[in-house]
Design a protein around this ligand. Structure first.
Ligand SMILES: [Zn+2]
Length: 418
């Protein structure tokens, strides 16, 4: 047998063998809106994927991850091993692994079109690597740090509300530095004969990775838009502005946003904001205030991985504020404590952002800026809703949002101004 025939025979044997063991190859991708993952290794035999969230230089903390797996067999156990990238996200800053390793991740399959997600079992941690396991329920699965809330989700939510609540008006707050529209909605406002006296501004995702903030916001605005008699009353007495995603550029590209360069959205509330959507929010809020129709500003966030209950960040100089505002904060806390009672019960008292060291930086935080630039009765605060609990899922988050909206109604129904 010639050399050539041996080679041909070997090649044909190889071909037969590869047909014999043919099965779809596991493939991993993250090149879709909100996607984030850098694959380090794939073990085809055990369907194990090792990855880190992608580090996008100067685009904030690399904690959020979201990937797609193709070529799975139904019933197959999939293993995800998540580690922290050692690559700095800004200058020499590297993010600690805990931020990118929720106790439980979430997965969805193609059948549900990502409309339903389920939690994995609690991960196992060893040497800064978190290992998640789940059974594939489709040949394509998505896995994520938390249930995503993307720009398309915001559009759908606002379209739905605008379509069913008379007088609700969609608007574009601004176009971002990346050219994307930042959608919002105005709802309530009373009637022409009896315009609403009060004003409420609610926004989420100044930090893009904090997807839970958008889910809290969705619970808030869907309750406000509902037929519940108390929601109807809130729409009668107040005009509500709601922005589901402030840093829509970072959400779209799967970046974390927090601590971005030159500064993130919640450090941009100065006289010269870098982000057009921050400037536009400032202008709208000041116009409402100058018209004598502004009362409550709520900025929705998610806190650190060890927090298990939601809490508000109160004004660090609370005891130096005008008496009316101190009374308002005391009433707000009491009402919020009664309303936000579970499944994610509010902590007993305010916390204070003592980790912000300079007055100059403090002044650039949104709630502080609003407090410093509006009437003395205005209540401006930040809600941090715990993300690393078994109920920090769309249902649990949306409960907090509904409870927050009821808090706003009860608060505005009592004495808030001189
Ligand atoms: Zn935040």
């Amino acid at each position: 047998m010639s050399c050539r025939s041996v080679l041909l025979m070997a090649l044909s044997l190889l071909a037969v063998e590869s047909v014999g063991v043919a099965r779809a190859e596991l493939q991993v991708s993250s090149d879709f809106p909100g996607g984030s993952a850098v694959v380090l290794a794939i073990d085809q035999t055990s369907a194990t994927v090792e990855f880190t969230p992608s580090v996008q230089q100067d685009r904030g903390w690399p904690c959020w991850w979201f990937l797609r797996l193709d070529g799975l067999s139904v019933g197959q156990t999939v293993t995800l091993k998540v580690s922290a990238s050692q690559q700095p996200y800004r200058a020499s800053s590297v993010l600690a692994a805990a931020w990118m390793q929720p106790d439980q991740a979430v997965v969805s399959d193609a059948e549900s079109d990502r409309s339903s997600w389920r939690q994995t079992a609690t991960c196992q941690r060893a040497n800064d690597v978190a290992t998640y396991r789940f059974a594939a329920t489709g040949s394509t699965m998505w896995a994520a740090w938390g249930v995503p809330f993307l720009p398309t989700d915001a559009e759908r939510l606002l379209d739905d509300i605008a379509g069913r609540v008379p007088g609700a008006e969609r608007f574009v707050l601004a176009r971002t530095r990346g050219g994307r529209p930042v959608p919002g909605i105005r709802i309530g406002g009373g009637t022409e004969q009896q315009p609403a006296r009060f004003g409420v501004w609610v926004q989420a995702r100044q930090h893009a990775w904090e997807a839970g903030g958008s889910w809290v916001g969705r619970g808030f605005i869907e309750w406000v838009a509902s037929d519940d008699p108390y929601a109807v009353e809130l729409r009668r007495i107040a005009t509500i502005h709601y922005i589901p995603i402030m840093d829509i550029d970072s959400v779209a590209i799967g970046a974390g946003g927090k601590d971005a360069v030159p500064r993130d959205h919640n450090r941009d509330w100065s006289d010269e904001p870098v982000h057009p959507e921050v400037a536009a929010a400032q202008a709208k809020i000041q116009a409402l205030d100058q018209a004598g129709r502004f009362d409550v500003f709520l900025d929705l966030h998610n806190p650190g991985p060890s927090e298990r209950r939601p809490y508000f960040f109160g004004p660090i100089n609370l005891s130096e504020l005008p008496a009316r505002q101190q009374q308002n904060h005391a009433r707000w806390q009491a009402i919020a404590h009664a309303e936000i009672s579970g499944p994610l019960p509010l902590l007993d008292s305010y916390r204070f952002a003592t980790y912000v060291k300079t007055q100059e930086e403090r002044n650039r935080m949104s709630a502080n800026w609003v407090r410093d630039h509006t009437a003395s009765h205005v209540l401006a605060t930040t809600l941090e809703t715990a993300w690393n609990t078994p109920v920090s899922q769309p249902d649990g988050y949306q409960s907090v949002g509904r409870q927050l909206a009821r808090t706003a109604l009860r608060y505005l129904s009592g004495p808030t101004r001189e």
